[in-house]
Design a protein around this ligand. Structure first.
Ligand code: ADP
Ligand code: MG
Length: 693
């Protein structure tokens, strides 16, 4: 069978090539069949050199007239390989940078297919760094010419032709033996190609239309496999008995009434959604998405109080000690005026190296503590709750999937609230979190001025410093963020430690500076944060440790050095540390933006303040896999499907998943065996979790 036949079975694939395939995730014949082309070239009609236009991408077929190589006069050890091609209609110059070995291959007279963007250089059209294939002695009607030809991401040691040949052999031999994991009925309902036709046409399309149909069917399949476990988990959850909280008491309402501000409509709406979930006997699993500063903490706290009213305990887990401590301090203040049945609520902070940990563990187990705030120290085995009613996980993307699942196990189906400040478009949220209910806080508290974001080159850095100094002079505070702790000469980037010493003596000698980074002891980090919070420091030099959650309203200016080294969402998170009060804040990005991509990121930061738009832009620039980190979310399973672009397919995949699992929850039916096998191959971990009676 294709799924358990090693790739070495194919002719011409020995141990070395098998190893090279393995590094691209191709171990079996099936893997190879699902190793889809990166793009296609229509080699039925080549562009004519005489008709090329600047700025467009073309595939041409031409003969090499002359070729040569020279070293750049501007930079040492930088070679330029040049070749002139002729196709019967005109001549075109092609140039490759820093690929000196090409010289050996570019012998005059050879025929090549070239693919690349044509641009004007020195008044002539030219292709820079085109991809190419040799065509000597190529027969018409082969895999490589006179058809729509696939172009793959190449494993080491392979040529496009070699790979095409390998795929072709695999298709020839295994297509007749392939079973289709989508049933005939399902395919008929959606008018999908069967698996054999789809694989043939995704690799060697008979037409672009068939390629599109194959693409749709295979994307659907990926969505479907991805949604099945999520939908099943959701169904299972609904069957399980959770806690029906008594939410009619006045504690949560009293808390909201005594806040120094009025809740936004969005906050109220989300609290109402939570309340309904918590009152029902089904366990809640709700994701709260909200931009930085949208006020998620208050919402979580209101939920905690709903649990506390009925005599349950609640727990909030944050990803860093700084953040846990900040939550704790804030929550203690916000609850200080509140009485519960004649006494104060007991709130405690649990961190990794607490001296009275033992005592706290006992009190938690004895039900003496109402609300516990902590880090992943909460996950340790000796942490036991008397009656855990609600679990809140803040900044969930900072925790692994496994970590997230551990805390609720310490109770008896407690309700779960998951909070994220990396808002993502709804379709993507469903793709990833399809087993959760989703709430969105889509409104910021009133009176917030949007942060002014400016981009300076490293030469204009003084202008940035001037703005920062102006803020500091007016008794405001600021941050300067560096991408690394120690400077790197190799990459030519400054580090926080050295710059702290430099700035303290030089540029900012009139101000009180603090340094914070992840290699400082926890106690030292806390001490620095405390000083900054209390206004004893004016300026904090920091790494991205500040990224998550920090909330200090008097900080109005942030300089981000080497800003090109940060991802877009990360920049937005960093920027979220300022503009948290009613004062005008400034985010100053220092970068020479060396690549087009970094240019696009910085531009997006300058133009948009909305986290949802930022996330969408980031997704566009990087693609979903990179955006989330592939491994964590199993997004690697989405090789071609794109939730942003194929929303309707995602939707029908979800509907079909619900339909099939409602009718046959264990996929026991004979017609579902291929699907079940495929599902377990993609998500082996779900065997225990999901496919049990
Ligand atoms: P995030 O959603 O980024 O976690 P926080 O919960 O830290 O945001 O809230 C940001 C700040 O806004 C806090 O200082 C909080 O007290 C304040 N805040 C929350 N809700 C409101 C509101 N409705 N009106 C005014 N300020 C609010
Ligand atoms: Mg927060």
């Amino acid at each position: 069978m294709a799924e358990n036949t090693s790739i070495q079975y194919l002719k011409g694939i020995g141990p070395a090539r098998a190893k090279s395939f393995a590094s691209c995730g191709v171990l079996t014949i099936e893997d190879l069949l699902y190793y889809f082309p990166r793009r296609y070239e229509d080699r039925t009609n080549f562009a004519k050199i005489s008709e090329l236009k600047s700025g467009q991408i073309y595939t041409i077929k031409a003969q090499l007239l002359t070729g040569g190589q020279r070293n750049s006069w501007r930079r040492k050890r930088f070679s330029i390989t040049e070749a002139l091609f002729y196709d019967g209609t005109g001549k075109l110059n092609c140039v490759w940078f820093n690929q000196p070995y090409l010289k050996e291959y570019l012998k005059s007279g050879v025929s090549l297919i070239l693919y690349g963007k044509v641009e004007i250089y020195n008044g002539r059209l030219q292709m820079n760094n085109p991809e190419f294939e040799f065509l000597d002695g190529e027969e018409e009607g082969s895999l490589n010419i006179s058809r729509i030809v696939p172009v793959y991401r190449l494993p080491k040691g392979f040529s496009q032709r070699g790979l095409r040949q390998a795929v072709k052999s695999a298709l020839d031999e295994f297509i007749p033996k392939l079973g289709d994991c989508l049933t005939f009925d399902l395919r008929a309902r959606h008018n999908f190609l069967n698996l054999a036709e789809s694989l043939l046409n995704i690799h060697f399309p008979h037409s672009l239309d068939l390629q599109q149909q194959a693409y749709a069917r295979l994307s659907f399949e990926e969505f479907f496999i991805f949604q099945l476990p999520l939908v099943l988990r959701k169904l299972r959850r609904k069957e399980k008995q959770g806690i029906a909280h008594n939410v009619s008491g006045g504690l949560s309402r009293a808390f909201i009434a005594q806040l120094p501000f009025v809740l936004t409509h969005a906050q109220e709406k989300v609290i109402a959604e939570i309340k309904e979930n918590m009152a029902s006997p089904q366990a809640m699993q709700r994701l709260i998405q909200g931009d930085v500063g949208s006020g998620k903490t208050v919402v979580a706290l209101a939920a905690c109080l709903l649990a506390l009213e009925g005599g349950y305990q609640a727990v909030i887990m944050a990803p860093t000690e700084i953040l846990a401590r900040q939550h704790y301090e804030k929550i203690v203040t916000q609850l200080s005026a509140l009485n519960f049945r004649g006494s104060k609520l007991r709130v405690e902070l649990l961190l990794g190296q607490d001296k009275n940990k033992e005592k706290m563990h006992q009190e938690m187990a004895g039900g003496k503590i109402d609300l516990i705030i902590g880090t992943h120290a909460l996950l340790q085995e000796d942490v036991v709750f008397a009656n855990l009613g609600l679990v809140v996980i803040d900044e969930q993307h900072k925790f692994g999937v496994g970590q997230r699942a551990l805390l609720p196990k310490k109770g008896n189906n407690p309700d779960i609230l998951i909070m994220t400040a990396t808002p993502i478009p709804r379709t993507l949220a469903i793709t990833l979190y399809g087993d959760l209910d989703i709430s969105v806080i889509d409104e910021l508290p009133p009176g917030r001025l949007p942060v002014k974001t400016l981009h300076f080159t490293s030469q204009q850095k003084d202008q940035g410093f001037a703005i920062l100094k102006h803020e500091l002079k007016n008794q405001r505070q600021g941050y300067i963020i560096y991408p690394v702790i120690e400077e790197s000469y190799a990459l030519d980037i400054a580090g926080a430690k050295k710059m702290f010493l430099e700035l303290q003596k030089g540029e900012f000698k009139d101000y009180r500076l603090g340094l914070i980074h992840g290699r400082l002891k926890q106690s030292a980090q806390d001490a620095v944060m405390k000083k900054f919070r209390n206004g004893i420091l004016d300026l904090l030099i920091s790494t991205t440790i500040l990224e998550v959650g920090i909330d200090i309203a008097n900080a109005t200016c942030m300089i981000i050095e080497s800003a090109e080294r940060f991802g877009l969402s990360q920049l937005h998170q960093l920027r979220g540390r300022i503009g948290r009060g009613s004062l005008q804040s400034y985010c100053l990005l220092i970068s020479d933006a060396p690549t087009e991509e970094s240019q696009a990121r910085l531009e997006a930061m300058v133009l948009t303040a909305d986290g949802f738009k930022i996330a969408e832009e980031d997704l566009k620039i990087r693609g979903p896999g990179e955006f989330f980190g592939r491994r964590q979310h199993g997004l690697a399973e989405l090789r071609i499907a794109n939730p942003l672009a194929q929303m309707h397919l995602l939707k029908s995949a979800r509907e079909e998943a619900l339909k099939i699992l409602t009718a046959d929850p264990n996929l026991a039916d004979r017609t579902h065996q291929l699907l079940k096998k495929k599902l377990l191959r993609s998500f082996p971990e779900y065997e225990k979790l999901v496919l049990v009676g």
